[in-house]
Design a protein around this ligand. Structure first.
Ligand code: 9D3
Length: 253
C-alpha cells in the first residue's frame, strides 16, 4: 500500500511513523508513506495556502490551486483513491478500514482552517472521511488514524500472536477482559477458570464475558452478531439469552 499525504504540516507525521508496527511495515516495504507539503505548490510571494471566504464570515479557507497542483504531481504515478479528511465526511469504522486496505494507492488530503474550497472537493475528491463527532484542529491526525488502522490490516504486517482475526471487532463482540501476572494485584485475583488449564472452559468463560461486556457497553453491536447453536445454548444456560435477543431486536437495522 502506498500512502500519499497532502498537508501543510508534514513534520506532524514524523514520530508516529518511527515507532512500533508502522516502523516495521515501512522497513519491510509493506507500506510507503510519502509526505507532500502543499505550501511547496503555492505561486504567490507569501506562499499562502489559505484565504478569506467569499461572502464573509469567520476563519480561512484553503485555496484550491496549491491543493490541485500538489495533487496532480502526486498523481503522475497513478491517480489513486483520493480521500479528503473532513468533519463532514462519513464516519470511519472497521469495515471501511478493511475496504481501504484493499486499495493500492491512497491519497490523503488534510484540511486546515475552516475547510478546503468547495471546487477542489468537487473536482478531485473521491470520498470524504471523518474519524468521529468531535472537532480537531485539522485533518492530519485523522489521516494518521487511517494510515495506522489500514496498515495493520495488510497481509504480513501483524504477527500471528496479535493477528487481526482476534480483534475486538472481529465478530462484532467486545473483547473479554485480560489478565497477566501477578495472580493477585492489590487484593484482586485472576479468575480461577483462567488458571485451571481447561481450554474449553476458558473459551466458554471468555465468550460469556465478551457477551456481558457488549451488553453492558455497546449493546447496539449485538444486532450484527451471529451466534452458533451451541453459543445460544450457553447463553440460555447463563440466563443471558433473553437479554441478548431483546438487544438484537432493539438495535436491528
Ligand atoms: C464551524 C464548523 N467547523 C466544522 C465542525 C469547522 C471546522 C472545524 C475543524 C472545519 C475543520 C476542522 C478541522 N477538522 C478536520 O479537518 C477533520 C476532522 C474533525 O475535526 N473531526 C473528525 N474527523 C475529522 S477528519 C478532518
Amino acid at each position: 500500500m502506498r500512502f500519499d499525504i497532502l498537508t501543510i504540516f508534514p513534520e506532524l507525521f514524523a514520530s508516529p511513523l518511527q515507532e512500533g508496527i508502522l516502523r516495521r511495515a515501512l522497513q519491510a516495504e509493506l507500506i510507503s508513506v510519502k509526505l507532500h507539503n502543499i505550501r511547496d505548490w503555492t505561486l504567490d510571494k507569501h506562499s499562502m495556502t489559505d484565504d478569506r471566504p467569499f461572502g464573509g464570515g469567520e476563519g480561512m479557507v484553503m485555496k484550491p490551486e496549491p491543493l490541485a497542483a500538489c495533487l496532480k504531481d502526486v498523481q503522475t504515478g497513478g491517480k489513486g483513491h483520493v480521500v479528503l479528511l473532513s468533519p463532514k465526511g462519513r464516519q470511519l469504522d472497521q469495515a471501511h478500514v478493511e475496504r481501504l486496505a484493499t486499495l493500492e494507492k491512497l491519497v490523503l488530503v488534510c484540511g486546515r482552517y475552516e475547510g478546503v474550497d468547495e471546487r477542489f472537493r468537487l473536482q478531485y475528491v473521491d470520498e470524504e472521511i471523518s474519524i468521529g463527532d468531535y472537532i480537531l484542529t485539522g485533518g492530519e491526525l485523522a489521516a494518521m488514524v487511517i494510515v495506522d488502522s489500514v496498515t495493520r490490516m495488510l497481509p504480513g504486517v501483524l504477527g500471528c500472536a496479535d493477528s487481526a482475526a482476534n480483534d475486538t471487532f472481529s465478530r462484532g463482540l467486545l473483547k473479554h477482559g485480560q489478565y497477566t501476572r501477578p495472580r493477585e494485584f492489590e487484593g484482586l485475583n485472576v479468575p480461577d477458570v483462567l488458571l485451571c488449564g481447561d481450554h474449553a472452559k476458558v473459551r466458554e468463560y471468555r465468550f460469556l464475558e465478551s457477551v456481558r461486556e457488549t451488553l453492558a457497553r455497546r449493546p447496539a453491536l449485538l444486532s450484527r452478531v451471529e451466534f452458533t447453536s451451541s453459543e445460544r445454548k450457553l447463553l440460555k444456560r447463563e440466563g443471558l439469552y433473553q437479554k441478548v435477543q431483546q438487544m438484537m431486536k432493539n438495535h436491528a437495522n
